[in-house]
Write a protein that binds this ligand. Structure first.
Ligand SMILES: NC(=O)c1ccc[n+]([C@@H]2O[C@H](COP(=O)([O-])OP(=O)(O)OC[C@H]3O[C@@H](n4cnc5c(N)ncnc54)[C@H](OP(=O)(O)O)[C@@H]3O)[C@@H](O)[C@H]2O)c1
Length: 248
């Protein structure tokens, strides 16, 4: 994919799927701004990997769950690069709880960090996005299927999939396409919120026709397509990349 001359922002781009996306965009020539909240070390390591592709990169520390911390991200991008071509909403947070256990705090963490952050990032980014820009959000099969302990996150992911539909229509006049990639099980740190995550991965592998879980790069490849100019006729969609898990 050719991303030369493009500027991309990847929330939570320091580890796991976000890092794979940031590196893939950088390999295609994009300058990449990554975001993180907790681990400065992961951010520093990620910057080195991304820069090794000969592109510019810096990490912006901000808690995506705090609305007031979002505007400075886009102010700085405008100042440094003058525009944003690719917005990737990848950072996610949530707590392990069944629906009946979801209290106000669990609801707020998931909805603020996942759904509201995506909405606000769109609102802040669009004024600096030229025509033919791309917006991609990460969701998961828990948005539409039951996963034990995933209630608050799954509901926030469903909200993201609906934001994508509204944004796709409203941003079509600017030729900005907006889509989601919904991943099946990928072995990353985020699954560690599940007390039985090793068992979950084993079960998911057994159920998946390919008999394994996916890799961050396999999700990044789909995101890169949606971030590219080749996806011009795809908007408002949630693309499922799960190795066939949902077929069984
Ligand atoms: N892994 C899976 O099986 C899977 C499946 C489908 C979809 N997804 C989705 O793919 C995305 C990435 O997941 P992942 O598994 O790669 O996650 P991960 O390995 O846990 O990485 C999460 C990234 O987000 C950052 N982050 C977390 N909370 C943040 C906050 N409040 N503000 C700013 N940054 C924050 C983390 O940085 P710090 O820790 O430094 O804050 C890190 O860079 C998520 O949206 C997830 O729901 C994952």
């Amino acid at each position: 994919m050719d991303f030369k001359g493009k500027t991309a922002f990847v929330s939570g781009g320091t580890r796991g799927i976000g890092l794979a996306i940031a590196e893939t965009l950088a390999k295609g020539g994009a300058n990449v701004v990554i975001n993180f909240f907790r681990s400065r070390n992961s951010a520093d390591e990620a910057i080195e990997k991304i820069k090794s592709n000969g592109v510019e990169c810096y990490a912006h520390r901000a808690n995506m769950g705090k609305a007031e911390q979002l505007a400075p991200i886009f102010d700085k991008i405008k100042k440094k690069f003058g525009k944003l071509d690719i917005l990737i909403s990848n950072a996610a947070l949530g707590t392990y709880s069944s629906l009946l256990e979801v209290d106000d705090k669990a609801w707020q963490i998931a909805m603020d960090t996942n759904a509201r952050a995506f909405l606000r990032c769109i609102q802040l980014a669009v004024p600096i996005m030229p025509e033919n820009s791309r917006i991609v959000a990460l969701t998961s099969i828990g948005s539409s299927s039951y996963i034990p302990g995933y209630a608050s996150i799954g509901i926030s992911k469903a909200a993201i999939e609906n934001i994508v539909k509204y944004a796709a229509v409203e941003l079509a006049p600017k030729k900005i396409n907006v889509n989601c990639v919904s991943g099946g099980f990928i072995a990353t740190d985020s699954l560690k919120i599940f007390p039985n995550f090793e068992y979950m991965l084993k079960e998911a592998s057994a159920r998946t026709p390919h008999k394994r879980v996916g890799t961050p790069q396999e999700i990044a490849n789909v995101v890169a397509f949606l971030a590219s100019q080749e996806s011009s006729w795809v908007t408002g969609q949630t693309i499922l990349a799960d190795g066939g898990f949902r077929l069984t």
